[in-house]
Write a protein that binds this ligand. Structure first.
Ligand SMILES: Nc1nc2c(c(=O)[nH]1)N[C@H]1C(S)=C(S)[C@@H](COP(=O)(O)O)O[C@H]1N2
Ligand SMILES: [Mo]
Length: 160
């Protein structure tokens, strides 16, 4: 593609947005351009796909944990046990979605350095939308691309 066509494409297609919803004090709608405001991390990952084999990619972006913590998840941060009930649903624009537990990414528990990547192999994801990166996963299926919604869920009611 020529430079001018690439520039025209940039102007015509809006920056992708992600809705942060659910059990949050500050639900919001973030553009990919907002994500570099958090500390940026880098991950070189390899994952296997059942259909396309092993892939290697380098991603950069904020920690999912940092972004969600700033949205005010509905637990008492001083009580570590409260966090164990919380779930995080991550959904791509095509409907592919997966659940993580809060404890999986919490620095006091699983400490998984899960990223909300804004670049893949030095290419920006401004228009495609951020990609979930789980360096601990052997399989590629949770590396959800084109994320358009993340929902935090406080879990089961007290009575179950
Ligand atoms: N939005 C979305 N993300 C997705 C998928 C998908 O179907 N939709 N497939 C997953 C799977 S199964 C793999 S292996 C990785 C890499 O898939 P790719 O080879 O299609 O990039 O993306 C993951 N992320
Ligand atoms: Mo896959």
């Amino acid at each position: 593609m020529s430079q001018s066509l690439a520039a025209a494409g940039t102007a015509a297609v809006p920056m992708a947005e992600v809705v942060l919803a659910g059990d949050l004090a500050r639900p919001s709608r973030l553009s990919v351009a907002d994500l570099p405001a958090w500390p940026q991390h880098e991950a070189a990952v390899s994952f296997e796909c059942a259909t396309s084999g092993i892939q290697h990619h380098r991603f950069t972006g904020p920690l999912l944990h940092d972004v969600l913590l700033d949205a005010g998840p509905g637990f008492d941060p001083a009580r570590r046990k409260d966090r164990l009930r919380f779930l995080i649903a991550v959904r791509g624009a095509d409907g592919h979605h997966a659940l993580l537990s809060w404890a999986e990414i919490d620095p006091d528990f699983g400490r998984a350095p899960v990223l909300l990547a804004v670049t893949i192999d030095d290419n920006p994801l401004d228009r495609a939308g951020p990609q979930l990166v789980l360096p601990q996963d052997r399989c590629g299926a949770r590396h959800i691309s084109g994320i358009n919604a993340i929902r935090v869920d406080g879990g089961y009611p007290a009575s179950w």
